[in-house]
Design a protein around this ligand. Sequence first.
Ligand code: 5GP
Length: 199
Amino acid sequence: MIKRERGIIFVVSAPSGTGKTTLCKMLLSDLEGIVFSVSYTTRPPRKGEVNGRDYFFVSEEEFRELIKKGELVEYALVYGNFYGTSKSFIEEKISNGLDVLLDIDVQGAKRILEYYTDAVGIFIFPPSFDELRRRLEKRGTDSPEAVETRLMIAKKEMKMADMYHYWIVNDHLERAYVNFKSIFIAERSRSGRLTVEGL
Ligand code: 5GP
């Protein structure tokens, strides 16, 4: 009786080390009707990453070609590599009624929220700066200088958190996940996104 014609675009951003990837993966394996937006990137694949599932891995030349063709709804330089959101990917999914989850940085999120005015923005915060530093150090992938750079970038990103509709604090994974998932469920129930058939 109640129908939703178009899928919803969910844009999720967070400083690195906040647990965004974990929350997104939990959601994608838990909820039906939502897919991960596969971006283009010029960075080389990491171990275990699959072309077409994690990213579309392309050369800088191919990336420039995509920009020229208007295939990227937004793109940004993140830590020295180009990343861009595929317009055709998103539009194909939402026009088929599937929701799309975008895991992109704040610059890209700004552009998406401006372009798709009914998209939903979610920003994930760490519990504190001290905790974020601890998590980054524990990961062991960055030098002490790189950790400081990431913390500085984290502060800059948090200054842009106002443009997101929802804020989540990842203090405790299970608790944060309940809050995170609730956003998707609530947004799917908004009357403005639904129509009643047969009236
Ligand atoms: P990673 O290389 O670790 O997969 O991603 C690095 C950063 O790039 C993350 O903050 C991620 O959210 C961001 N990112 C991934 N895809 C896109 C995209 O299509 N556009 C933008 N602007 N950022 C992206």
